[in-house]
Design a protein around this ligand. Sequence first.
Ligand code: GLU
Length: 431
Amino acid sequence: MSSSVTLSWGSMPSGMSLRENVNFYLERALEKLDLNRTFPRKDIERRLMEPDSVVERKISLHMDDGSIVYLKAFRAQHNNDIGIYKGGIRWDAKVDRDEVEALASSMTWKCALAGIPFGGAKGGVAVDPASLSAAEKERLAKAYMRAFNDILGPDKDVPAPDMGTDSQVMAWMFKRYTELCGDRIVPGIVTGKPVELFGSHGRTESTGYGVVLCAGQFVQVKGARAVVQGFGNVGMHAALKAHHLGARVIGLIDPAVFGGALYDPDGLDVPAIVSTLKKEGRDAVRSRWPANEDPEKVLAGECEMLLPCARENLINSDNAGRIKAKAIAEGANGPTTPDAYVALHKRGVVFVPDILANAGGVIVSYFEWLQNRHEEYWEAEEVLSRLEEKIVRNARKVAAYARERGVDIRTACYMLAVERVARARLYLGAQ
Ligand code: GLU
């Protein structure tokens, strides 16, 4: 569908940072919308490009061996024109100011596009979580909540899991916030909590499921050969959903989990792999399904659907020329660099862009926040059917808009999201 539109974006710089990548797509949408003409003298583009604030603080962490380390921690709040700041907290050695700023901006557009009343934020700590013990993780989660307590809150800014964090980390943050509130229980302070602790059914699987449900609006999932890169929470549930919807998952790539990539042209037994991983751990998976193919080869291999579900900039100018997938649904945030995007788009590859494809997580975060506010518990089927309904509706809206405006799907996503936020901003006026 998107291949019928030609992109005339001029020369494409490579080696851009994630922030430059997000801003690049944003600028293309702003050019098309020409907001400065529609809303003259309001400096609206500047308002949308730059974050409201980025706070950086040092966190001191007591290690189990008695030593103390100081870690760089961030919270970027990009925009709250249509709702409270919302976005995950990433623990990763590569976290820096630029990255959280870019990811916060993505959250603004993701939430606006999804039609949920949230703004965009993102937090992070520059640390490799694999190097921490459970006790160290608990202290870090609690220290983060203490450090950023003044800018977070259920009606201000609500964190959630992201790369390197999970429902357990959210539970610890919730606990610290409760203490900071004099033992008043405020479940809506974070989303992505365990179901047993004010969490929502379906939140864990929501992002991965959403990626495949969304992809299904652009390509035929049943019978498709699918390759999933990244087997963390998003990739695992995307692979499961693809399998259950009748796709043949021929490749799974994750050096950390599999020690490389798994490839089977007849289709891998994804449910068995997932249940072995959950019950017996990585070593059991590696002994029953030894890595049997070069990850780059599987990534570039022929398939109908490639699902990059881990890091940014995976598909870039170095490997784009080799990619043979017919469609790419972006489970990760920013997995395709703009130059690779243009090259692949030109070759007719259908893209389901990140801010549309991976919105399932924050959509169910919104459901969780609603349940917390109303002291309700929704059944899993209710959560998942509401999720599906929203994802399908949003994807159709984007497809129709792209056709109508003669733009590619990614630009359509940004245009719809930006227009929504810009209109709200103008209603709000200046201070
Ligand atoms: N970290 C997820 C994302 O990037 C979810 C954010 C949330 O639920 O607030 O979309």
